[in-house]
Design a protein around this ligand. Sequence first.
Ligand SMILES: [Mn+2]
Length: 320
Amino acid sequence: MGMKIDLQTAAQRLREKDNILILIHQFPDGDTIGCGFALCRALQTLSKTARVLCSHTVNQKYDYILNSVTPQCFEPDFVVSVDVADQKLLGEPVLSAYGDRIDLSIDHHGSNTFFAKENYVDASAAAASEILYELICLLCGEPDKQMAAALYTGISTDTGCFKFTNTTPKTHLIAAKLMERGIDYGEINRIMFDTKVKSRILLERMALDSMRFFCDDKVAIMTITREMKQKSGADDEDLNGISALPRQVEGVLIGITVREQEGGYCKISVRTHEPVSAAEFCAKFGGGGHVRAAGCEIKGSVEEASEQLLALAKTYFEAK
Ligand SMILES: [Mn+2]
């Protein structure tokens, strides 16, 4: 386990070093991308050589962030990770290349494993981009417009557009500072929250069509078959967040999504409302997760899996 340091020390390390490699987590989201590229731009503004590295390709909707840095090629002398809770989350090939030589980690996950030589973790931050805002202020003063757009994206996406309960007064204060840089926050939020690719909409249409209701409409089960994925042209990234749909129906207490996988099994996502624990529900099938959102795997076809899930769901509502 590495050392814990304060943010001033983290800023000092970055000031002392050059040829800085910034690592972001696999399946990159708005927060890790916003952090990585805002820091990269800040370091390049300080005439340092810096670049961002990720195991996966960044979705093109983040192009306005990617285009804010100058591509630079170099052998790193200092490696920093942002919004990464554990080095395993770097994914391959980055994990094998740099997993055991990370000098500095800056993160906001309570589950952070302090895998770097030096670590700054603030679990009260709604987004790692909040921390990066403060770090950049220490490094080179208020972020410029491009850095601000990247950091705003990180904060907005990690808070579900300031809707989730991780949002704090400080989140809004930092967002206000970023808005003062003249960023197009309306456009950023439109791209992040109100735009879907066509394949996603086509898949949603088929998935919604599959939704069935049970137990006086307290249970909803939606299935996504491999055929639906193929017909719609949707890839795994297009499926992000789709398991929220069944629980969005008013009155549904257990919303279940059954996703057919290759190899004769199904991935199950369960979303619940009070008083049903999704974690307990999924534990019955050897899975787990959080109180309101959990998952498990069940062998068999979507029909077989749905039958087993419904049988368990019924026990929550039938008179005992
Ligand atoms: Mn994050």
